[in-house]
Design a protein around this ligand. Structure first.
Ligand code: MN
Length: 241
């Protein structure tokens, strides 16, 4: 097992979304983002939800995405978001992402852990079914498994800072982030990137690589090293106009 782990983290691609015309623009932007991430030679990629804009995404788009992920030279761990949640008839029920050799989809409603033994990684996430106020994206994240070097988590939902309150669906509270046993939490839902690094937390919203809100089209690059302060860097692919 290695002393360092380099993670590329993205989310909220929204393939086939109305806001991107016929979906072609999101596709091009995601292909560009994947090229950028490949250029960083990460050990793995975390995709924190909303790869698709809706569960009605066209089969042709889903096949394109499956091939794009399959073509990456590193493992991908991913969760559904609210736009591609695990409702009946969901994309991830119609299309078998588990047959992509380098992809691990964490879609169990109660949560599940993928082990990438070569990297010493355990990655936890769950498959959102209902995007509601009762749903807790980080709820039930288990204690750190004993047999991993790096414990990573993925979650998709609305950020609630300290002292804040919300009636929004799928809340993720800063206190939960700070209480997490994970070495890094890859978050999705907000299309503007947000670093959440304190003495207790190593987390970020990656922002969207297909939406120019905030700092532009972004992803996050994380470097974890044993005994060193982790590095969490938002990378801009295309700057905001
Ligand atoms: Mn979302």
């Amino acid at each position: 097992m290695r002393q360092r782990l380099k993670i590329a983290h993205c989310s909220d691609i929204h393939l086939d979304g109305d806001s991107h015309g016929a979906g072609g623009q999101a596709r091009e932007a995601f292909a560009l983002a994947l090229a950028h991430m490949r250029g960083q030679a990460p050990d793995l990629m975390l995709l924190a939800g909303d790869l698709f804009d809706s569960n009605a995404a066209r089969p042709e788009t889903v096949h394109w995405a499956m091939e794009a992920l399959a073509g990456l030279p590193f493992p991908v761990v991913m969760i559904p978001g609210n736009h591609d949640c695990m409702m009946e008839g969901a994309i991830y029920r119609r299309h078998d992402f588990t047959r992509i050799p380098n992809v691990r989809l964490l879609a169990a409603e109660a949560g599940e852990i993928a082990y990438l033994a070569d990297l010493g990684v355990a990655a936890w996430g769950k498959g959102m079914v209902d995007h509601s106020t009762d749903y807790s994206p980080l709820g039930g994240c288990p204690a750190r498994p004993p047999d991993c070097r790096w414990y990573l988590g993925l979650a998709h939902g609305f950020f609630v800072p300290h002292g804040g309150d919300t009636d929004r669906s799928s809340p993720i509270h800063m206190r939960e982030i700070e209480a997490s046993a994970c070495d890094y939490l890859a978050l999705g839902h907000h299309h503007a990137a947000m670093e959440l690094v304190t003495d207790k937390a190593t987390a970020a919203y990656s922002g969207s690589p297909t939406d120019l809100i905030g700092r532009g089209a972004t992803y996050v690059l994380v470097d974890l090293s044993l005994g060193e302060v982790p590095s969490v860097a938002v990378r801009t692919i295309t700057p905001a106009r």
